[in-house]
Design a protein around this ligand. Structure first.
Ligand SMILES: Cc1cc2nc3c(=O)[nH]c(=O)nc-3n(C[C@H](O)[C@H](O)[C@H](O)COP(=O)(O)OP(=O)(O)OC[C@H]3O[C@@H](n4cnc5c(N)ncnc54)[C@H](O)[C@@H]3O)c2cc1C
Length: 449
């Protein structure tokens, strides 16, 4: 049985949360991070009075475990809640607010009468029996094509930067999938869950999402080794032996447990022994579409729209070039200087991957064109920052069940080896934290027994 200290490769939210939770249990931990800083996808920058989120802009938390973890990390006083909750969907070239009540849903101009009638008929549609249906097929079957194109497709672009025709309903949207399985209908199931399920709460931190990994990194102190280039990973008498180079110095550590918390595409590139290496090819095949983030600051007076909401999503049926825009300075305070607004726009994804690779000027022109038409943005941006994610978010596409079972087999064949990260068990930041905490608990409990 595995024992002794734990080595964690990668300091994204999953690796960091697992490391802090293990340390709290009195288990020695070393985190090896190849980059200069911890946090992976979670990064915040401040310049010229604008606060730019390079990755997630906020996170949803409905998990008491995650809540108390953040409290114990001393982040309670830093947590901020959204100032604007309205969400807009673009239809017919205009941002239209999503309805927030059943009466609003009946009256909304977002969907045709036919589309609304189709939704009302959903509880009477027979339960499907496909085991690994695409999200698009599931939604078309139960809610019709209009809801797919004007509600689900843009949301999927906003969450996964993904394509509903490819995503597995079962794995990418397990709650929705199980509503049909368990209740025979989304509507019936959702009404029952409303009475019992916890409410999700959106949050960020005063100085941005980057505060979270920064705080966790401080808690790890010297146990977090940045600029670490892993040179060999071998199974040893102790369990695992890892050698790495840290700014020119060679180091080595032995551990009973090795947690691999790097992105799926980075796993096969690590220097594994041939026994492990030969079984990792499937991880390199998980699709990660590119996304470019274009954060633009404008003078408030030069934007026609009141920006009285969270942001807008743009369905592909609208034939625009952007996926959506977060009204960052409406969402949380302190994101733009007085008299200015910050708009954070997402380009590319599985929908239009080539657009993400446009040069900077091309991206800014494309975004300004769409923002001009949709939000009445007139002047040129007074601030601009472009962040490129050539491989942004793993897609839980159809066939993803095979990835999960291959991971389980691999772990069973190599005791003390764990694979975690957003390609397993949920892509959302809150889910990554929860998965890190659960892994720490599993390792900690095993060590005690
Ligand atoms: C643009 C974008 C927007 C997002 N928006 C949201 C949002 O609004 N809400 C939300 O909930 N979620 C959002 N997410 C998703 C969420 O932020 C991520 O899923 C989550 O942060 C990923 O955490 P992770 O632990 O899997 O690892 P990652 O963040 O991928 O970190 C992995 C770490 O491993 C390190 N690493 C890689 N190779 C090696 C190596 N060889 N040796 C050592 N270390 C290595 C990397 O440097 C990195 O630090 C967004 C993601 C992106 C990219």
């Amino acid at each position: 049985m595995a024992s002794g200290p734990v080595i964690i490769l990668g300091s994204g939210l999953t690796g960091l949360s697992a490391a802090v939770a293990l340390k709290r249990r009195g288990i020695a931990v070393t985190v090896l991070e190849s980059a200069a800083r911890a946090g992976g996808a979670v990064q915040t920058e401040r310049s010229d009075g604008f606060l730019v989120e390079c990755g997630p802009n906020s996170m949803m938390v409905n998990d008491p475990e995650v809540d108390s973890f953040m409290r114990e990390a001393g982040l309670d006083s830093e947590i901020i809640r959204p100032g604007a909750k309205k969400r807009f969907l673009v239809r017919g070239g205009e941002p239209v607010a999503l309805p927030s009540s059943p009466a609003g849903a009946v009256a909304t101009p977002l969907f045709s009468l036919r589309g609304k009638m189709r939704v009302l008929g959903e509880p009477f549609i027979a339960r499907g029996n496909a085991d690994d249906e695409s999200l698009a097929d599931l939604v078309r079957r139960r809610l019709g094509g209009e809801i797919l194109n004007y509600a689900i497709e843009p949301f999927v672009a906003g969450i996964y930067a993904g394509d509903p025709e490819k995503l597995s309903a079962r794995h990418a949207f397990p709650k929705l999938w199980s509503l049909e399985r368990e209740h025979g209908s989304f509507i019936r199931g959702a009404l029952r869950m409303r009475r019992t399920g916890p409410r999700q709460k959106m949050m960020s931190f005063r100085e941005g999402m980057g505060e979270l990994p920064a705080r966790l990194a401080v808690m790890l102190g010297e146990d977090l080794r940045c600029h670490a280039r892993v040179e060999s990973i071998a199974e040893s008498a102790a369990g695992w032996s890892v050698a790495w180079n840290e700014e020119g110095r060679s180091k080595r550590a032995e551990a009973g447990t090795l947690v691999c918390a790097v992105p799926a595409f980075a796993v096969p590139q690590l220097p594994w022994s041939p026994a492990v290496q030969g079984r990792l090819g499937f991880l390199g095949r998980i699709e990660y579409p590119p996304v470019s983030i274009v954060a633009l600051g404008f003078r408030r007076a030069e934007v026609g729209h009141p920006l009285d909401g969270f942001g807008m999503l743009v369905p592909s049926a609208e034939k625009r070039q952007i996926l959506g825009t977060i009204f960052s300075s409406s969402l949380f305070p302190g994101r733009a200087p007085e008299g200015h607004v910050l708009l954070t726009t997402f380009v590319g994804g599985a929908r239009q991957p080539d657009l993400a690779a446009l040069p900077d000027e091309g991206l800014v022109d494309l975004v300004c064109g769409d923002l001009g038409a949709l939000l009445g943005v007139r002047g040129a941006p007074v601030f601009r920052r472009i962040i490129r994610w050539p491989r942004a978010i793993p897609q839980y596409n159809r066939g993803y069940g095979e990835v999960l079972s291959a991971l389980e087999k691999l772990e069973a064949a190599h005791p003390g080896l764990h694979f975690v990260g957003n390609y397993r068990g949920g892509i959302a930041a809150g889910q990554c934290i929860r998965n890190g905490l659960r892994l720490a608990e599993e390792i900690g409990t095993r060590k005690q027994s």
